[in-house]
Design a protein around this ligand. Structure first.
Ligand SMILES: [Zn+2]
Length: 384
């Protein structure tokens, strides 16, 4: 993409909606730049009838804060954590939100809320991948695979500027690739999925299980000392006290304590040398390495971009994974691929959602040679 094209793209104002299991974030963006941002908690009542009006009001508020309006933006991109029929604008299912089964989200926004601007809905991993492709670690890359390792494990493929969606929109459910033939059952119905070993929730679950079985005494003690330290540090600091991640320990309630062991705690314990924690991270790293070998063998990509909170564990996770790639992957595709860290920060979901609009509305398929002339004429965008 030429620099001139890039700067044209950056000037298109769009709305990005990052719909999460715990938070709904909405922003007005120009490229990767946030002009305004509104965040609200998804809350317990996550049925569409409750969430959709809240998305609409958050969009209104974000527009207000950016001194803009619906008719001044090029479109609305919505990234959702679930299975989506993107061309039809239908959410098939969102496992972490209640009642989201076959919801025609785009139609509802158009008909019930009278939104006239284009609305593009896609899986959040596709959105994040597109964000990295346009503004982050995927720039200049013709064939990239994106992996996001956070609570769950998702992925996307962008080839020659196109998102690979599969025949019904569910391609690249990479977290549900089988890693262990006789592994644990997964929520998806398969067994031994990558997500059941290498995701944030799996790392936390393995730690909780180790502690419950009496094997993780040192890990539990480490977590307790961490909580005590956080509680002490939060004294006198209003912002930290309000932080829900600061857990005030309830003495003698181990079941309650277990719930607060998360992947971040396990990573810190592993870094501090707690053997049980190291073993859990090592197991996740090996599974990730095997997953990467499979991805390299199937796709022969130019770049694999790793994003998401768990990938920030860093060398402890990445070094064993890279070692497995080095040892097991076939030479030709192995030497062709670069495995790199994602570049966009915590706003990747918003930037990616906004990028969905640039993808669909601005420069179809990113085949720039073909669209360059049309694109230079702004009426082309309006006409579409
Ligand atoms: Zn699965």
């Amino acid at each position: 993409m030429s620099e001139e094209m890039r700067s044209d793209l950056l000037s298109l104002p769009v709305i990005g909606v990052d719909l999460g299991g715990t938070q709904i974030r909405v922003a007005v963006l120009q490229g990767a730049r946030l002009l305004s941002r509104v965040g609200l908690l998804t809350g317990r009542d996550s049925i569409p009838e409750s969430i959709i009006p809240r998305i609409y009001h958050a969009m209104q508020k974000a527009l207000e804060e950016a001194n803009s309006s619906f008719d001044q933006i090029a479109g609305i991109g919505i990234g959702v954590p679930g299975l989506v029929n993107s061309p039809a604008g239908i959410v098939f299912v969102m496992p972490n939100l209640q009642g989201w089964i076959n919801i025609p989200l785009r139609n509802i926004l158009e008909n019930d809320f009278h939104i006239k601007t284009p609305i593009i809905i896609d899986n959040d991993a596709n959105a994040a991948a597109l964000g990295e492709y346009l503004f982050g670690a995927g720039r200049g890359c013709n064939f990239m695979v994106y992996l996001t390792i956070s609570t769950g494990l998702g992925g996307a493929v962008i080839m020659n500027g196109q998102i690979m969606r599969g025949s019904s929109g569910t391609a690249m459910e990479i977290g549900h690739m089988t890693i262990h033939e006789f592994g644990e059952p997964c929520n998806c119905g398969n067994i031994g999925c990558l997500e059941s070993v290498a995701s944030g929730i799996a790392i936390a679950r393995h730690a909780q299980r180790a502690i419950a079985s009496g094997k993780g005494v040192e890990l539990l003690n480490f977590a307790r000392s961490l909580w005590t330290r956080n509680t002490l540090e939060s004294n006198g600091s209003a912002s930290l006290i309000q932080d829900p991640t600061v857990y005030i320990q309830e003495e003698g309630n181990e079941a309650n304590e277990l719930q607060h062991i998360d992947a971040h705690t396990v990573a810190l314990a592993a870094e501090a040398g707690v053997p049980e924690a190291r073993a859990i991270i090592e197991r996740a790293a090996e599974a990730l390495g095997i997953g990467l070998v499979n991805v390299i063998h199937i796709f022969n990509p130019e770049r694999i971009i790793l994003g998401g909170g768990v990938s920030q564990i860093g060398p402890m996770l990445m070094d064993p994974a890279r070692r497995i790639v080095q040892e097991r992957a076939i030479k030709v595709p192995r030497e062709a691929v670069r495995i790199v860290e994602a570049q966009l920060d915590a706003n990747v979901g918003l930037i990616g959602a906004g990028a969905l609009v640039l993808y669909e509305v601005g420069i179809e398929n990113m085949v720039l040679a073909r669209t360059q002339e049309k694109y230079k004429n702004p009426s082309y965008l309006v006409a579409r």
